[in-house]
Write a protein that binds this ligand. Structure first.
Ligand code: AHR
Length: 495
């Protein structure tokens, strides 16, 4: 069946917050150390310890917000160990991630420096699991208090005179699991207590994010929203795409069509999760003031053979690119409730944008989707009606094509399209309702004949965006196009 798409160019369903294109970088494996931070004395070119090649590549993504320091690490992290002269900083064991020694050389000052270099907003996750209320209170004071106070004075002694601007602050991470194994009834009381001391100093206004559910734990959402919905600005949701499940996990490369299908199907599950958690949130927050913050999402495969199992280093293929595209379309559809999302993780961990090996660096297929889709950041989501055929494997079916459209402030329309079918092109008839006149159309496509295609340090451009030449007709009503099998395409229409 051909795919028909009607875009109502005069009906918007809300703004696609740029924060949906957020990132997450944890002290895990080689994400922070090696991937981002190499230290001032490294032979790898760097700016105050942050590697320049990675900086430059990440700048090109216009990363709107960066979550740090974890993850599970956040609930073991004691921020005071990570400030002051580096040689005096306490060394600790990163018990959760590989038992390696953490020298605390990348701490609060280095994180804010990274954010400033990237032009990104910081999102800090505080320690509820093994930290104290006082420790959390003092961290916020250290970062944001302007004037005379013990923590502000200490910050100044450590070289930063003016406070930083900090909006996003998480009160615990996965408090139902690695962040303390709490029941929702217990966490919600802890949340109420801890958040009380997360103060707004001067003009700084903190957007408080409560720990939300693991995937489909609707009881968690019900309990925490009921008892504390009025005391939070954001509520997190974590869900990973893990073919085979966490007990098994499957390799990142070398998969067959059944695994391809399973991965696509699991990605689409995000839609059900958001719909059902939102329905509960609507009961306690009908005006949708509280944002659903999907601050961990992405693929989770077996680690690359021979690498530390605690480092979660995996390859990234065209399959990951499709996973990213499908997720973004779902987030766009729910942009009235989903105010932020943060992919796990930025460099060298899980569904990364960038992989590094010593001084070498490569951009993954996922990177390219973030780069191609950045045109949607802060654009108006357009109402879209899609009719597409099925892509079926083993008696199960999913829609062949997924699409999303948005309008920029200057009227330019961007349309992203995913064809998940490895065996068939998708013939698209796209109608633009509410517009007259022909448009100038340009586009780029990310695709490859091999579903396992990926980039290596030897061949870093195997999967990279190419100009799209599949537009077959442009008329006053819209256009026709042919999408290659397994492809992510972005079309830009200027009027
Ligand atoms: O992203 C890896 C880990 O996954 C995070 O530390 C944790 O929050 C989640 O379980």
């Amino acid at each position: 069946m051909n795919t028909t798409i009607t875009i109502n160019t005069d009906i918007t369903s809300g703004t696609i917050s740029r924060h949906i294109y957020g990132h997450f970088a944890e002290h895990l494996g080689r994400c922070i150390y090696e991937g981002i931070w190499v230290g001032e004395d490294s032979a790898i070119p760097n700016t105050r310890g942050i590697r320049n090649d990675v900086l430059e590549a990440l700048r090109n993504l216009s990363i709107p917000v960066l979550r740090w320091p974890g993850g599970c690490f956040a609930d073991e992290y004691h921020w005071k160990d990570g400030v002051g002269p580096k040689e005096q900083r306490k060394r600790m064991v990163n018990t959760h991630w590989g038992g390696v020694v953490e020298n605390n050389h990348f701490g609060t000052h280095e994180f804010f420096d990274l954010c400033e270099l990237l032009g990104t907003e910081p999102y800090i996750c505080g320690n509820v699991g093994s930290g104290s209320v006082q420790e959390m209170q003092e961290w916020v004071e250290y970062m944001t208090f302007d004037g005379e106070s013990p923590m502000a004075n200490w910050r100044k002694e450590n070289g930063r005179e003016k406070p930083w601007k900090l909006k996003y602050f998480g009160v615990g991470n996965e408090s139902w699991g690695c962040g303390g194994n709490m029941r929702p009834e217990y966490y919600v009381d802890e949340y109420r207590r801890y958040q009380t001391y997360v103060r707004n100093y001067g003009e700084n206004r903190v957007y408080k994010i409560a720990c939300g559910p693991n995937a489909n734990d609707y009881r968690w959402t019900e309990t925490v929203m009921r008892e504390a919905g009025h005391l939070m600005d954001g509520f997190s949701l974590h869900n990973y795409t893990v073919p085979g499940g966490f007990e098994v996990k499957r390799p990142a490369i070398g998969f067959d069509e059944a695994e391809w299908f399973e991965t696509m199907q699991m990605s689409l599950y995000m839609d059900e999760l958001i719909t059902r958690h939102s329905a509960i949130m609507d009961q306690y927050d009908p005006k949708k003031r509280v944002g659903l913050i999907v601050d961990e999402w992405g693929t989770w495969f077996q680690v690359e053979p021979g690498t530390n199992p605690g480092f979660l280093y995996q390859q990234n293929s065209l399959r990951d690119a499709l996973v990213a595209g499908l997720h973004f379309h779902i987030f766009h559809r729910h942009c009235d409730r989903v105010h932020m999302a943060n992919i796990a993780q930025t460099v060298n961990v899980l569904q990364a944008m960038i992989l590094t090996e010593g001084a070498k660096m490569l951009l993954t297929p996922t990177y390219h989707v973030f780069e191609m889709f950045k045109v949607h950041q802060d654009a108006e989501a357009l109402a879209l009606h899609l009719e597409t055929g099925d892509y079926s494997v083993g008696g199960e079916a999913i829609p062949q094509v997924s699409a999303s459209a948005s309008k920029r402030a200057d009227g330019t329309i961007d349309i992203s399209l995913c064809n998940v079918d490895p065996n068939s092109e998708a013939l698209i008839a796209l109608r633009l309702r509410g517009l007259t006149g022909t448009s100038e159309v340009s586009g780029r496509v990310l695709t490859h004949a091999d579903m396992n295609a990926h980039n290596t340090f030897e061949q870093p451009d195997t999967v990279a965006p190419q100009p799209f030449d599949g537009v077959t007709e442009i008329s006053a009503e819209g256009l026709s196009a042919t999408l290659p099998p397994i492809s992510v395409t972005v079309l830009t229409l200027r009027f």
